[in-house]
Design a protein. Structure first.
Lengths: 323, 310
């Protein structure tokens, strides 16, 4: 931008400026000729200095998130690490911090998670298959898809209120694991649908055409050819959705998971608690010992999350290697 | 099979085909039912919120609810003005935005324009872990780590305060801003960057004056989505920001957000049909309305202002 503008006066200069140069010999050339190169290089230096500053600012901003993540993990482990023990993992909640344990919450979380998966997986995959393979490109498809992306943005606590009114009260499931799992299943459904759609889209069309050419019906094409190829992607998405569900506390509080459960739930209709709600309960107490318990339970929760994510990454890697 | 007569084979094929086609119709129907669940979820949410709120608004005029400056449904002297809760939610979301928008945008620019491929491959997933940490753990971190630091700087700070929740929530939503913005920036075609370089622009100028404007719709959409997420977040504010519905803009005071009110009220044994039970749905309707509008705007921004290249 700067060069051509600096060049233009130069071309216009000769008729005017040589005259004084011949006459006096002393006067300097046209200001534009003399000043511009130095101004240009000063400006260039400023511009590249701004570039360096900006680069550093951006790098530091990126690192803020990483540093806070490390500080958070170190803080949780340092606070709660000392409380981790077999007695803690295998014990029941107690008014006395020294005797309190996490067993009902761990079992409750596993129950809830398993039921959520069992409910949400077929619904999510079914919706994705319908959207990708069956639905004609119509208004209806657009409405369903827009609706799903809007559902993905609904606050989780609102799902809790839906669960409270429909599952707990209307269907009279009470404050049970089943009511909680149904609520969480609706919450993670959009995630599973969107991930499954991506996985199904990635299956090449030639495979479908080949199967049709051999006389397979639509469902046979999907079941025997599309589905096996899309399965790793679908499972990865489902696991990531479940790792969101395992950390949720808000909707389950509203649905009515209890804070104090001195027994291990044994059926879907039992009252229950989950690890995040136990953490909330402990962190809300003023005593330092309970804060330590909250941190210890957080470690357990983070380890569960980590294993879920590791499983998802392993699946994804196996999948991408095969392609 | 090879010895079987052709007519016999055909005779077996026909019922087989008929069975397969009947299966097709059943499967198609089942899949439609699956898809209906997501529609029913939306209908259910809206119906439940409207139905229970309608009962609430028979006791409390809508205008009083929206403009009242006192929220004391649990006191003997009941007041149902949602403004303190609304202000609490907006105050904390604004604080979170102040943290997350600049940091997330800068991180997106770094990842998209500056970082080498191997650095990006490590940093991006690490940042995304931030969005996967359970919010109760963030709440714990805000209350037991960030709040004490704030209180050593400003000793008059309440134990439960808006600032601590804002900062931690801001950190949590950084990846929402950075990932979506980075996607938008990576989608800007190389030719635009090369054109700018050819005109003598520095890398900084290319990033801020060529790539950023071209990716602006994606960046704005990510901002709106992140703020909407901050308004809807529950556990951090429930744990760290407190349960007093103060009408204040002072971040060092304790505030109650809409989400925190719902979570804190619903824990107790709420009598079905009581006015307290109905308040959580009226507040939930307000919350749902606000986040829905923000999500719709962000989707519209993405569609409407997307630069189409090639």
């Amino acid at each position: 931008m700067i060069r051509p503008r600096a060049g233009q006066p130069l071309q216009g200069v000769p008729p005017v400026s040589p005259a004084p140069a011949v006459g006096g010999g002393g006067p300097e050339p046209h200001p534009a000729v003399q000043r511009d190169p130095s101004r240009f290089s000063a400006r260039l230096r400023r511009r590249s200095a701004a570039g360096v500053v900006f680069h550093v600012v951006c790098l530091l901003s990126t690192l803020v998130g990483v540093v806070v993540l490390v500080v958070l993990l170190v803080d949780v482990v340092a606070t709660g690490g000392g409380r981790l023990s077999w007695e803690f993992l295998n014990g029941f909640p107690s008014r006395f911090a020294a005797r309190a344990g996490l067993k009902p919450a761990i079992v409750g979380s596993i129950w809830t998670l398993a039921l959520t998966g069992i409910i949400a997986f077929p619904l999510g995959v079914g919706t994705a298959v319908w959207l990708e393979e069956y639905a004609p490109a119509s208004r209806l498809k657009t409405i369903v898809e827009t609706n799903i992306s809007n559902l993905a943005g609904v606050p989780s606590i609102v799902y809790g209120m839906l669960g409270l009114a429909v599952f707990v009260r209307y269907l009279a499931l009470g404050r049970s694991i089943l009511a909680g799992a149904l609520t969480l299943a609706l919450l993670v459904l959009p995630v599973i649908i969107i991930a499954s759609q991506e996985a199904i889209k990635a299956v090449p069309g030639s495979i479908r055409l080949g199967a049709y050419a051999l006389g397979a019906t639509k469902w046979e094409v999907i079941r025997h050819h599309v589905f096996p190829l899309a399965l790793p992607g679908i499972l990865t998405g489902t696991i990531l959705a479940l790792s969101r569900a395992i950390g949720e506390a808000a909707p389950l509080i509203v649905v009515g998971a209890l804070a104090f459960v001195p027994f291990v739930p044994t059926s879907p209709t039992d009252p229950f608690t989950v690890i995040p709600i136990q953490i909330y309960n402990w962190v809300s107490r003023p005593q330092a010992e309970f804060q330590e318990l909250a941190a210890a339970a957080s470690i357990v929760l983070l380890v569960l999350l980590l294993s879920l994510n590791a499983a998802a990454i392993l699946l994804r890697n196996r999948y991408s290697r095969r392609n | 099979m090879a010895t079987e007569a052709a007519p016999a084979r055909a005779a077996r094929l026909v019922p087989d085909l008929r069975r397969r086609h009947r299966n097709e119709r059943i499967i198609g129907g089942v899949l439609v039912l699956c898809s209906a669940v997501s529609i029913l979820t939306t209908v259910g949410i809206v119906a439940v919120l409207l139905y229970e709120s309608a009962a609430f608004f028979r006791h409390v005029p809508v205008l009083e609810f929206l403009t009242g400056r006192k929220w004391t449904p649990m006191f003997i002297d009941q007041s149902f003005g949602v403004l303190p809760l609304l202000t609490g939610s907006l105050l904390i979301a604004a604080g979170a935005a102040l943290v997350a928008l600049p940091l997330g945008l800068a991180a997106a620019i770094y990842l998209s324009e500056y970082a080498k491929e191997n650095v990006r491959r490590v940093l991006k997933p690490v940042l995304e872990i931030l969005a996967g940490i359970p919010t109760v753990v963030y709440g714990f971190f805000a209350l037991t780590f960030v709040t004490p630091i704030i209180r050593t700087i400003w000793p008059q700070t309440d134990v439960y305060n808006a600032l601590s929740a804002s900062i931690v929530m801001g950190i949590m939503i950084i990846p929402m801003v950075s990932s979506l913005s980075e996607d938008a920036m990576s989608a800007v075609p190389r030719s635009l960057r090369e054109g700018a370089y050819a005109l003598g622009a520095t890398k900084f100028e290319v990033a801020t004056r060529t790539v950023l404007p071209a990716a602006l719709s994606g960046v704005i959409a990510s901002f709106i989505l992140a703020v909407s997420r901050a308004i809807g977040e529950t556990m951090i504010v429930t744990i760290a920001a407190g349960g007093q519905a103060n009408l204040t803009l002072n971040p060092l005071r304790s505030v109650q957000t809409m989400t925190a009110y719902i979570a804190q009220t619903a824990t107790g044994e709420l009598a079905h049909g009581s006015i307290e039970y109905q308040t959580i749905f009226a507040v939930g309707l307000t919350l749902f309305g606000i986040t829905l509008i923000m999500n719709i705007i962000s989707i519209a921004v993405l569609r409407r202002f997307r630069e189409v290249y090639e």
